[in-house]
Write a protein that binds this ligand. Sequence first.
Ligand code: PXP
Length: 257
Amino acid sequence: MSERTKGARVRLGVNIDHVATIRNARGGAYPDPVRAATVALDAGADGVTAHLREDRRHISDADIANLSAMLRARGRPLNLEMAVTSEMLEIALRHRPPAVCLVPERREERTTEGGLDVAGGHNWIAPFAQKLRDGGSRVSLFIGADPQQIEAASRTGAEVIELHTGAFCDAAREGHADEAAALLAALRAGAKQAAGLGLEVHAGHGIDYETVAPVAAIPEVAELNIGHFLVGEAIFVGLAAAVGEMRRRIDAARAGA
Ligand code: PXP
């Protein structure tokens, strides 16, 4: 696996959740996340990520249906982020997205704060992931770069892990250089361990223009999922320009520039 992803182009999944956040602020239909997803694809995104939360604070059930239809027509993948609940399983099996990323979810959190506890929840995550796989979805587990969690993830039969980059990005942005370096080293080691166990490695959360290069340069990373920063930057330069610049930085980092 690592030999296949090393040096290869890193896929970019654009998370359009916060287009729906802006729409929901007024309760209408504008701006439409499907239109944003279309712009992102045209600007260099490989796929689209959307998190259907239990409280539906941004993406709605109708958004998932509409995104699925558009992406299927364009032959591009929807990566559905969801909690490990029976309600979400039923929705995923109805839409059968090409990719599902299982995330922990707490109602009171502002965003996905930590990774899944796969080591503690192996008994129920493994059969849950199997049902999704039987429905035709590739399953990814969103976890921290913790050797025990990575080892547990490989035992669930999931094909992919997504490493949580939030703590690294926060430390780098806040100027805590030593902490950021240690967290980046952990992400590197985690990616290597995971690839050695046969897992495909994705990464995401909190990534912006400044933090994308060191993460994209991790040789085993095959895909990045980026959302909040791109939707924020779209206010200033437009979504196509923001996605295009992110794409450029990812490619430059991978090429060693
Ligand atoms: N990957 C996962 C699993 C996530 O939960 C999120 C946030 O929804 C992202 C990537 C994107 O994070 P951000 O919006 O901070 O770029």
